[in-house]
Design a protein around this ligand. Sequence first.
Ligand code: ADP
Ligand code: MG
Length: 328
Amino acid sequence: MKLSDIGEFALIERLAGRIHNVAPDEVIVGIGDDAAVWRSGNEYLMATTDTMVEGVHFSPGSAPWADVGWKAMATNLSDIAAMGGWPPFVALVSLAMPPDAYIEAIAELYEGLSACARQYGVSVVGGDTVRAPQVSITVALIASAKTHAGKPRVLRRDMAQAGDVIAVTGTLGDSAGGLRRLKDGCAATDSLARRHLKPEPRITTGTEAAQRGILCAIDISDGLVQDIGHICERSGVGAELNATAIPRSADLRAAFPKEALQLACTGGEDYELALVGRPRIIEKMAAETNHQLTVIGKIVADPPRKVRVLNENGVEVRFDRAGWDAFR
Ligand code: ADP
Ligand code: MG
């Protein structure tokens, strides 16, 4: 059987089945969330890692190297935001490159990575440098969790309950729209292309959500429908999203008038946050405009494990795919 037969998520499940953790009491959140959480003495720490590969996650023809470095750090910060993680943030950076790579390009990549690290307060403390057929960059990021009554306050994928509402930060689909425009040859300075190349992780919204007692979140990296699907899978619930409420930017609507909804629902790489919680808490937070939160739907008991996008007449809108899978 090939990887493409089962896809990324079934593979991870199979791999997880082969891991036998020796200290289950220390591990609070293991494989299957945006980051892992474990106890270290009286503290709780979290960690995540993400890789970007040339030709798969970026093409040097259209992505400036500084943006590649920024994004490698930003995607990890986004996973920490999705868990409600706090500083100190500490990173390890592993670089793989062919011998004929240009030093100037790699230096530029590090400038971008370092700019993101500075902006969000990340200390880069080490890494690894190896040879490979193409450039790839892996960042591993460690953060802290705040505690409340001795327990860690974290945002998990498995804490959604029927009756909760779902809110997202910012606008969705811009990154996928930007990628399309880059493929059509637009400049890296194009406004949608910027959203694809240089995402802004929602760290302050994540930390504040955890602080307010919100329990459930994910970052939108694979596509809204697929990522809300991960919450539904892990929580054993379903979700109904209101198509007209899904925030789409004026730029996206202008560039892709017919496809804006599809891009927003299935496009991926927005690195916005989806927060799930009791209506009162979420609506109170959404009323504070600095988080740019929009309520887009609700968690339902039935049908479980399904994400349905409904139009203004309550009719389900269907898409060819829910989002990105590494092997399909
Ligand atoms: P995200 O999109 O939030 O980065 P992924 O979809 O990459 O999350 O991963 C889902 C979960 O599976 C995460 O908890 C991640 O740590 C875990 N995971 C992914 N690949 C592996 C692997 N090779 N071995 C163990 N765990 C993995
Ligand atoms: Mg994530």
